[in-house]
Design a protein around this ligand. Sequence first.
Ligand code: NAD
Length: 254
Amino acid sequence: TRRLTGKVALITGGAGGCGLAASELFAAEGAKVGIVDLPQSQGEAVAQQLRDQGYEAIFAPADVSDAAQVQRAVETVEAAFGAITVLMNHAGILAALPFLETSEEEWDRIMAVNVKSMFLVTKAVLPGMIAAGGGSVICTSSISAVVGTPMEVLYCTSKGACHMFARALAVEFRDRNIRSNAVCPGFIATAHGLREIDLLKQHGVDVSEEAIAAAQGRLCRPDEVAKAALFLASDDSSFVNGAHIFADNAYTAI
Ligand code: NAD
């Protein structure tokens, strides 16, 4: 049996990387999927592909750091499918640069896309989710929320905020049957992950294949993040709330 039958999922960053893997997996598991991603992303093509396979999916373009665009996108998904009962706050961007070379503009941009976005999207989605009787919020955090990865003060700060956003939300909304958890991947073989490795190399950090193998065995696959998110989205995790699930092959356990 499919694990998300009857659920309406909104996935930010759902057109690329692990977000795309989650869009595909959630649709295959029976959810109606609203893909929220940048207007210039592959969102429309991904939604069309899912519809061609007989699934229900729409693309609702938005920059998740823009309140008006977020509101429009959430309304679009709700108008198409009804109240959102699974929200995956996945969109996020990378910053890998020396702290002393970090500009105020860069700080504000990363915090807006990685942190403020969760506030905007979740605030827009929760009234409908509450009225529907509850749901599940999944935030894509990172090993960088608990490990100070080099050249990533800004990125780690944003992921630390994401980590606690997921946890504190769980406490405030558990009496309304809303669960909130985080998935925390290690290095993943996506555009984001490969660019990160490239940038870190430029800044002299050892992220060679050997170094990554020593830290986490191999790169994480996007579907491995999506499957952890599926568990949190589904009723299989009905009593898992405020948790951080690491998909890092014990990187942070060592
Ligand atoms: P990715 O770059 O492959 O895909 C991210 C998607 O988000 C893209 O489709 C992009 O268009 C979209 N996006 C970016 N900015 C957006 C915005 N302002 N509004 C709407 N959509 C936007 O990345 P990925 O590897 O899937 O990673 C995304 C998430 O996973 C981030 O939250 C990141 O912090 C986290 N993460 C990634 C890694 C890694 O190694 N790749 C590790 C740990 C955590």
